[in-house]
Ligand binder design. Structure first.
Ligand code: ADP
Length: 397
């Protein structure tokens, strides 16, 4: 069984074709600059060189057509025809309160996803366009929707209701949703396998640290709290996002800097975080290089980032009355030993202690705990595409 996984953005479409008999990736790639000049498809067949095909990708439908051409082409392809694709799994950012798990896509599901547009105006419209493009080209292939928010739907109301007038929740479904759910779930289940224990008996803190970053408390296999909120802006300081701030800073800035609401949103989402504090970059490699060269603001940005992650770990261990493991994943969590070390330093009171030697390993699944650590620290590379493909197959069965 071969599953095509699709992750659509406003001008991009990432894909992977996975053979689910052995969970191996056959080919993957990205259509970039869709609807813009100089659009192209970058395609890699496993075991072959990556090819870049320059094409006018006027819209997502043409992009999907090009992906299928690349997958079935005699040189770049890995299948003879699209009939070999058993199903398509789509990543959808926001499922609101309607979707507590993945679903097979039908008309009712599409209507409900459209109703979630106002909760994720930047993401859900592109996801919908991606599904519709695939439906037009592959009308007989079943499609599954996998939501970033679904895993967090198990949070109790005390975690997801903001201390605002309750009517706002009733009127607008204004509440915490949380994101990166597919990743938090994937690494939590993988960690349970590494620990050799049923997930139903574990208390885990998963730290997804990439450009976007969030922490999740996973108790007995369920998300009970997470750091992102109504939008992916809440919580940790991130590459370009401020994370949580005093809400009154907004009116202060609007007055002092004559900013509009849209200026503020842009400012908090795109110009803050590690980029805003360091003034160097949103990419941790650049910021770290600057810090090592003596740039104090770059150092401060890294310190703030690690301090916030540390606080959430402590918070969630408190909430769960203990933890079996802390898990690091995503670009920074998987590859940046310095950040991991700074985050978990001086946490031995809670039983967290890492082995500095093991912590030098990058990008691999590994237990980096010190021999006498009560709480394990694990690095688990995330694989959201595989998680989506697994959910897709599970539903089709
Ligand atoms: P996104 O949220 O866009 O998926 P990623 O998970 O790719 O983000 O994380 C991006 C961050 O991960 C960047 O700040 C980058 O510095 C860091 N990163 C990615 N790969 C590496 C690597 N091989 N070594 C060190 N840092 C890395």
């Amino acid at each position: 069984m071969k599953v095509l996984v699709i992750n659509t953005g406003s001008s991009s479409l990432k894909y992977q074709l996975i053979d689910m008999t052995n969970e191996s990736v056959l080919a993957k790639g990205v259509c970039d600059r869709i609807g813009l000049e100089h659009s192209f498809l970058k395609h890699s067949k496993v075991g072959s060189d990556t090819v870049v095909i320059e094409k006018d990708l006027y819209n997502h439908k043409i992009a999907v057509q090009e992906v299928l051409s690349a997958l079935t082409d005699s040189k770049t392809g890995v299948i003879k025809s699209m009939d070999e694709i058993s199903a398509v799994g789509h990543r959808i950012v926001h499922g609101g309160e309607k979707f507590k798990e993945s679903v097979i896509i039908d008309k009712k599901v599409m209507d409900a996803v459209k109703e979630c547009i106002e909760l994720a105006p930047l993401h859900n419209p592109s996801n919908i366009v991606g599904i519709e493009a695939c439906q037009q080209i592959m009308p007989n292939i079943p499609m599954v929707a996998v939501f970033d928010t679904a895993f967090h739907q198990t949070m109790p109301s005390q975690a997801y209701i903001y201390a605002l007038p309750y009517e706002l929740y009733e009127k607008y479904r204004l509440r915490k949703y949380g994101f990166h759910g597919t990743s938090h779930k994937y690494v939590a289940y993988r960690a349970a396998e590494m620990l050799g224990k049923p997930i139903e008996e574990l208390k885990l803190v998963t730290c997804h640290l990439g450009n976007g970053a969030s922490v999740c408390a996973v108790k007995n296999g369920k998300s009970i709290e997470t750091s992102m909120g109504f939008t992916p802006l809440q919580g940790l300081c991130m590459g370009t996002r401020s994370g949580s701030i005093d809400p009154d800073i907004i009116s202060f800035l609007m007055k002092k800097e004559k900013m509009t609401i849209s200026d503020i949103s842009d400012f908090l989402n795109k110009k803050s975080g590690v980029l805003g504090v360091s003034g160097v970059s949103s990419d941790f490699r650049d910021v770290q290089a600057a810090a090592e060269a003596g740039n104090d603001r770059a150092m401060l940005a890294l310190d703030i980032f690690c301090y916030r992650v540390k606080r959430f770990i402590g918070d969630y261990i408190g909430l769960m009355n203990g933890a079996d493991a802390v898990i690091f994943t995503a670009g920074i969590g998987e590859n940046n030993g310095l950040i991991r070390e700074k985050v978990v330093s001086d946490m031995d009171f809670l039983g967290i202690k890492i082995d500095p030697e093991k912590n030098t390993v990058i990008g691999k699944e590994i237990d980096i705990s010190a021999a006498d650590a009560k709480v394990k620290t694990l690095v688990v590379p995330t694989n959201e595409e595989l998680a989506i493909a697994r959910e897709t197959i599970k539903l089709l069965k």
